[in-house]
Design a protein. Sequence first.
Lengths: 342, 135
Amino acid sequence: MPDILIEDVLSGNLLAVSRSLTEVENNTEQGRQLLDQLFPHTGKAHLIGITGAPGTGKSTLVNALVRHYRRPPEGSPALQIGVIAVDPSSPFSGGAVLGDRIRMQDLAGDPGVFIRSTASRGALGGLSSTTSGLVEVLDAAGYDRVIIETVGAGQAEVEIARLAHTAVVIEAPGLGDDIQTIKAGILEIADLLVVNKADRPDARRAVRTLQNMLELPGHSARDRRHHGPAAPAPQEEQQLERDHSSWEIPVLTTVATTGVGVPELAARIDAHREHLQQTGGWTNKEQVRIKAELDVLLRRRLVDRWKSSIPSGKYQVVLDQLVNRQISPQRAVDWLVEGEKS
Amino acid sequence: MAESRQSIKVLIAKPGLDGHDRGAKVVARALRDAGMEVVYTGLRQTPEMITEAALQEDVDAVGLSILSGAHMALAPRVLELLQAHGLGNVKLFLGGIIPDQDVPKLKELGVTGIYGPGTATQTIIEDIRSACQTS
């Protein structure tokens, strides 16, 4: 395959962008070199995460939202939109069926929209390990908004909160009761909550349940994610945390199939970006996102380096002992990392 | 160096107006189970939509399911558009109802494989694998 020219990616040449995404997704040497060169050109796009349980209408809502962005009210420019849609890989074969495009057919033929489907490839958390790199390619290629649609997520797939500037969590009527909403997890990461399929009879109740949850004291616990447990908490971040809690999480209703409520959703997403920019939250989110990416890459590199440094066969010997219950898992790690004497 | 994983990526699409997509779904599932990443785009795709999806998804192969008899119009058009978009390296496969007398002509045009009813999915998997040998 011929080399990809960085100028072509930056000018938005579709073939160059598409091939770059593949190289980055496969984490090839060329992909890493591309990211080296593209990274200085990133940081312009508004990254919007769309997450929620399977069947709540994520892809359909992305379709409706992008259509809205592409047909703006008179006087405002149509935005260039990139979409990264993640679907799960089979844990057995490693293969995947990526079906999000089925719901995005209205966007076909629009040169201002670039949709890329990607498989989670074994990563937990609702994204793949290279999703952040894919987003960076589209950002550098000049897309004004990059929408990241996660794997149909349950309760713990919260990685999107670290990747996106604005996390939209989609619910649908009739899923779970009010105890589900006070459990930790996906609802906590929302900057905006959307009850889709709002033409269903029990939509009002779903909205009320979410509003009740938001009114519970202590919901601002969501702000913890902006730091992560291991992060230090300098004064600056304290300040940002207070700013963050001044954002009131709206509960919106949409009918993605007809477009009802979509202009309001787009307006609230914009309002959230403005809020972040005014309060310094944008910088904070950028730091969190880049730190998360750095940590993932660092971990991967260290594990790879360690794997290539241990004598061949040692891993298997320790594993055998572990399987035979001669040593505990903790001790196995000690032996592998510290050496046998411990 | 970090580990990299490459899967063969295939677009499965149903051009034309007939609504029978069971075959396409069976193939999509079989390719998934063979470890491939399959972009499924659903029904009523025009050659333009198929090419656009192939371009954005950077697939190695495109599989079309055609039961309507329009294969002699649709397949050459898709090949032509792929070529025009710099995707001449993407392999095209056809499945569905394709009369035997059309097969030589389609292969001559550049269709890599053609599969009628009753084809074992394993045959399709092996053909795609050998046509899309990734380095």
